[in-house]
Ligand binder design. Sequence first.
Ligand SMILES: [Zn+2]
Length: 299
Amino acid sequence: MIPRAPGAMLLSASAAGDTVRAHAAITTGVVEEARRRHGTYPTATAALGRTLTAGLLIGATMKDEERLSIELVGDGPLRRVMVTTTGLGSVRGYVARPATHLPSKRGKLDVAGAIGRGLLCVIRTQPWNKEPYRSIMELVSGEIGHDIAHYLVTSEQIPSAVGLGVFVNRDGDVGAAGGFLVQVLSGGEERLIERIEANIATLPPVTTLVRDGFGPGEILDAVLADLDMRAGSEQGVQFSCPCTRERVFGALLLLGRAEIEDMIAREGQAEVRCEFCSERYLVDRDELTVLAAEPQGSA
Ligand SMILES: [Zn+2]
């Protein structure tokens, strides 16, 4: 059981006689944790937060043991956003240049400008398939929500509507974040997605709903208006990374004995930072000496 953190939860639901599957999440706590760990500036916070939220929402559709990574690579100043999730409400991620901030456009953080033109790469690793399922496509807008919807429609061939939003306070911390994902399953009327999109068109942005105190259930109620929504399971969501000291030792071992001995001679210690969660691991001289004495190639 993952404890539910305030400002971080996800609700799954169905509608239209189980032909529509929907998920909504409040991710304010998750995105704030990511901002704090990586020290992201507002535009970078929004890009990372939208992608983390997308990871949690798609993660909610995955089966057990499945893993998902979402990567955006663009020619804008942010360069790269990377998010991975194992489903179960846990997600982690980073951006290449956390100190990215651009002037707002029409009062909104310019995420598309920060990412620029580029590619979306989604990898789904499913233990029952030998090869991971990889999908690479050009970004359609760089706003992330549109790009994720485009991926789901074209690559997974599921009619989908996606809304993602992050509101950054004046002081730089995260005021509100959340999103929804609605999919029409096979057997459902394709026109359902048009009705859902018409509902969405009448709604204010997700961040406005979250700031107005909407929970995931209220967001889905609004998105699925007149479609006989039925609330399903609820789960907590969190930023979490599986990195450990042992994994850091393993990574150092891969560098080889000569490199480790060089670290001992030059610095007397090694500092290793996990790129996903920014956790710093200090490995001292004694630990490095033990690692240097390990048989070669035993990582
Ligand atoms: Zn980590």
